[in-house]
Ligand binder design. Structure first.
Ligand SMILES: [Mn+2]
Length: 217
């Protein structure tokens, strides 16, 4: 409604005053229709929440890399898990990478208890995927060739100038990057699944699994 109705009205009024030249008339109508469709698409795009735009983006490529900052902490790890959850619900294979080490006891426990599968990298070549999403930092660092990575998307809460090619959501007033991803899930209408309901859940797409919600909290 709205744009379409308005375009209809315009088309009607134009039709009554169409020039006698048939080609010109056709061109005029075609231009108006193109304008109406363009406006409608633009409105749809603007109305989409950041979470929905992010989900569409990471659902695009066949394979996706998620990059955490060096020596990742629970915030970085939970965000990487959140990206994986969203991307894999859209059939995008996802690999989670980190430079440095996961050494602190609490960080190791986080990785073990939540049964996460992270790839440690020392150089950029290890990342095979073309599309990289950066979480909890906005400029790749801490490995050889990090400057060669041009991220597809950046989601972060630290100050800095790093941006993604197609998507940048940096909220420096947020205490945690995980808060941003919790909002994405909220905006998309995803609900957490209770561990007891895992077995009976028909599809785990568009549902937040216990590991992911635990990590984000
Ligand atoms: Mn953080």
């Amino acid at each position: 409604m709205g744009v379409i109705d308005a375009a209809d009205e315009v088309l009607d009024s134009v039709a009554s005053e169409l020039p006698d030249e048939p080609l010109l008339a056709v061109a005029l109508v075609a231009a108006l229709v193109a304008l109406a469709i363009g406006g409608w698409l633009l409105l749809g795009y603007l109305r989409r929440t950041p979470g929905e735009r992010f989900a569409r983006l990471v659902g695009g490529p066949e394979a996706l890399a998620v990059l955490m900052h060096p020596n990742p902490d629970p915030d970085a790890m939970s965000c990487a898990l959140a990206v994986q959850t969203i991307a894999e619900s859209r059939e995008t294979d996802t690999t989670l990478y980190y430079p440095g080490q996961i050494r602190h006891h609490e960080n190791r426990a986080f990785e073990t208890v939540l049964d996460m599968d992270f790839e440690r990298i020392e150089e950029a070549e290890t990342i095979e995927e073309t599309d990289v999403v950066l979480v909890d930092h906005n400029e790749p660092r801490g490995f050889r060739g990090s400057e060669s990575i041009g991220p597809l998307a950046v989601v972060d809460h630290h100050p800095g100038d790093g941006t993604g090619r197609e998507f940048t959501d940096v909220r420096t007033d947020n205490g945690a990057c995980a808060t941003i991803f919790s909002e994405y899930f909220d905006e998309m209408g995803w609900e957490p699944v209770h561990p007891d309901e895992m077995a009976t859940q028909e599809s785990l797409d568009e549902a937040i699994q216990p590991d992911t919600s635990t990590a984000l909290i």
